[in-house]
Design a binder for this molecule. Structure first.
Ligand code: 13P
Length: 268
């Protein structure tokens, strides 16, 4: 399975900073041969989607092509959003639909990140509906699951992640093979405390079994990413685990050199 390395920029960036970061990433990828062994994506704040579409495609366009149109050259970096509305259109102030994201070349949307579950009250039911909306728009949802420290210490890790994923499977059973899952233990996000490769592998194996039981099509197809303080130093060991098919990277995706090292580790 081809690994996926996705950066989650969260609420970081500016027009100037984005241009610099993306040009460093594209230059680094080019220097390493131009075609990474893994899929690469950056999930950026909504206002920058238009800028990013231009930045990631421009160096690959021939002079005759234009950004909006017929160009077939694909950038080595794909575009992701950090959230998506469960609704297709209408009176939902502040929401952004899958169709709108598609207009800007968005390939992936993070759904149910723990920061949205915690700060915006997103339930697993909402996450399931957002997953459905993404799939309907032809966007690959990156569905996040993960336990808090208290839940881990209470021995509830497996039950929590299985419950979170079950809601998504329940509403999306027929096309569950089209999703990406990200296991992000809440206690490892932005804390510098990474799950050990063994801890992560154990949970990934549980999620894999749950997906396989839900759909024969999901077998060997659904990528399960690890997220939570993944960095240039620990990526290789985490990505070597049999059920870790990539990474969802926060802080380290904002530094080109670190993100490039993680991309390289995914190809080893
Ligand atoms: P950090 O890599 O900063 O811990 O963030 C992980 C994350 O939340 C990615 O979605």
């Amino acid at each position: 399975m081809k690994k996926l390395i996705a950066g989650n920029w969260k609420m970081n960036g500016s027009l100037v900073a984005n241009e610099l970061l993306v040009s460093e990433l594209l230059a680094g990828i080019k220097l390493a041969g131009g075609a990474p062994a893994c899929d690469v994506a950056v999930c950026v704040p909504t206002p920058y989607l238009a800028q990013l579409t231009g930045l990631i495609n421009r160096p690959f366009l021939s002079q005759k092509d234009d950004i909006a149109g017929k160009n077939t050259a694909r950038s080595a970096i794909e575009l992701g959003a950090q959230d998506i509305s469960a609704q297709a259109s209408g009176a939902y102030t502040g929401e952004v639909s899958g169709g709108m994201l598609k207009d800007f070349g968005v390939r992936y949307a993070i759904v149910g990140h723990s920061e949205r579950r915690a700060y915006h009250g997103e339930s697993s039911q909402t996450v399931a509906l957002k997953t459905k909306a993404a799939l309907a728009a032809g966007i690959t949802p990156i569905v996040c699951v993960g336990e808090t420290l208290a839940e881990r210490e209470a021995g509830q890790t497996e039950a929590v992640v299985k419950r979170q994923l079950a809601a998504v499977i329940h509403d999306n059973g027929h096309c569950i093979s089209e999703i990406v899952v990200a296991y992000e233990p809440v206690w490892a996000i932005g804390t510098g405390k990474t799950a050990t490769p063994e801890q992560a592998q154990q949970v990934h194996a549980v999620l894999r079994a749950q997906l396989n039981a839900a759909s024969s099509a999901a077998k060997q197809r659904v990528r399960i990413l690890y997220g939570g303080s993944m960095n240039a130093q620990n990526a290789k060991e985490l990505l070597a685990q049999p059920d870790i098919d990539g990474g969802l990277i926060g802080g380290a995706s904002l530094k080109a050199a670190d993100f490039l090292k993680i991309i390289a580790a995914a190809g080893e």
